[in-house]
Design a protein around this ligand. Sequence first.
Ligand code: GLN
Length: 191
Amino acid sequence: MTRVGVVAVQGNVSEHAGAVERAARAADTEAEVVEIRRSGLVPDCDALVLPGGESTTISRLLRSEGMDDEIRAHAAAEKPVLATCAGLIVASRDAKDERVATLDLVDATVDRNAFGRQKDSFEAVVDVTGLDEPFPAVFIRAPLVDEVGDATVLARWGDAPVVVRDGPVVGTSFHPELTPDDRIHRLALFE
Ligand code: GLN
């Protein structure tokens, strides 16, 4: 049984929980989803999801609830993390916004709302390394990943990296929980 914590300070928590359960079934394993709103629960999780929302709010709440250090320790122990949209902003090395205290789990910098300035939300089909068919990606005020250091780009939209992996952490600019396709959750959490 894999215990997957969905950080539930904000964002599409139930959609992520559903995607985690589907992904676990597809990977022929069992998962228990735990919603995380306070410190003390992350240490018991085998894998974590950091959903989207508003990165300034998420980072403030992670810090005030004392969950930031727990999430850092989880990743340092090589346990999987899927960070989506604002979750990726928070997980990045630098969001270039002093209101976002980043966790520095993914060696990349991000530009908040970079896509949003051009286009608020859109869908695109992206090729992801490790998936045999393209993935339907839903972008909502999405961050642009700009400087990638010691992380691997798994997908691009045009020139822009939109899926990156740094060790146990997979970050997406888009919202994989908003489609019935659970392959990103599977790739990040169960492979
Ligand atoms: N633009 C938001 C932020 O900066 C992220 C949007 C999202 O998670 N859909 O936090």
